[in-house]
Design a binder for this molecule. Structure first.
Ligand code: AMP
Length: 215
C-alpha cells in the first residue's frame, strides 16, 4: 500500500492513518508529527520550523522534503507507507513524484477525506490530546471517560491543546489549505489517482470507505 491521505486540518487524516497502520502493517509518515518531534527535541530543524508552525503557515519545502526523503529511505517503508499531511502544495507533490519514481515505487492512490468547513472548525477547536499517552479526544464529540482511561492506561487523562489548534491559528491553517493544498485535488484527479471519501461519518464508517477506495 502506497497512499497519500489528503484533507484539510481536522479531517481525520491522523486518526485514519493509525487504523490503516494496524490493518495493513505499513508505517504512517506524518510530516506534522516529524516536525513536532523536531521542535520538542530542540534540533536545528525544529527551531527553524517552529515559528511557521505556531503561525499556522507551511514550513519551507526544502526542510520538509529533506525530512521526507530521509524517512522514505528507511527500511520499514519497503512494503509501503501512508503519507499523512504531505504533500501540502504542488511543488511538494512534484518532488514526491520524482523521489518515488527514482525508487521505483509510485503512488497507488490518493484518498481525499472530504469534510465541510464548519465541521472542520469544530473538530479543531475541540481537539485535545492526552499529554501522557498521545490519545486524541474532542471535548464536544468524544470527551474522555476518566475511569475508563485510567483503567486502560494507568493514568488520568491530562488534556492539552496543540498550540496551533487555537482559534486564531485555525483560521490561518484553513486559509493555507484552501490556497496551497486544495489544488492537489485537481492535480491527483488529472493523474487518475484521486479517490474521494465522505469524512463526515463515524471513525469506523470512514475507515470502511477508505478500505473500499484503496481496494
Ligand atoms: P499537521 O499535524 O499535519 O496539521 O501539521 C502541523 C503543522 O506542521 C502545519 O500547520 C505546518 O506548519 C507544518 N507542516 C506539516 N506538514 C507539512 C508539509 N508537508 N509542508 C509544510 N509544512 C508542514
Amino acid at each position: 500500500m502506497r497512499i497519500v491521505l489528503l484533507g484539510a486540518p481536522g479531517s481525520g487524516k491522523g486518526t485514519q492513518s493509525q487504523s490503516l497502520v494496524k490493518a495493513y502493517g505499513v508505517p504512517q509518515i506524518s510530516t506534522g508529527d516529524l516536525l513536532r518531534e523536531a521542535v520538542a527535541a530542540g534540533t536545528a530543524l525544529g527551531l527553524r520550523a517552529k515559528s511557521a508552525m505556531d503561525a499556522g503557515k507551511l514550513v519551507d519545502d526544502e526542510t520538509v522534503l529533506g525530512m521526507i526523503r530521509e524517512r522514505l529511505s528507511q527500511a520499514d517503508t519497503a512494503n509501503g507507507f501512508i503519507l499523512d499531511g504531505f504533500p501540502r502544495n504542488i511543488a511538494q507533490a512534484d518532488a514526491l513524484q520524482t523521489v518515488l519514481r527514482e525508487i521505483g515505487k509510485p503512488l497507488e492512490a490518493v484518498v481525499l477525506l472530504n469534510l465541510d468547513l464548519g465541521i472542520l472548525f469544530k473538530r479543531l477547536t475541540g481537539r485535545r490530546i492526552c499529554q501522557e499517552c498521545g490519545q486524541v479526544f474532542n471535548i464536544y464529540t468524544s470527551p474522555p471517560d476518566s475511569a475508563q482511561h485510567r483503567a486502560a492506561n494507568g493514568h488520568e487523562p491530562r488534556l492539552i491543546q496543540r498550540p496551533d489548534d487555537r482559534e486564531d491559528v485555525i483560521g490561518k491553517r484553513l486559509e493555507v489549505y484552501d490556497a496551497q493544498t486544495k489544488p492537489l485535488i485537481q492535480y491527483y484527479k488529472d493523474a487518475g489517482l484521486l479517490r474521494v471519501v465522505d469524512a463526515d461519518a463515524s471513525m469506523d464508517a470512514v475507515f470502511a470507505s477508505i478500505q473500499r477506495a484503496v481496494a
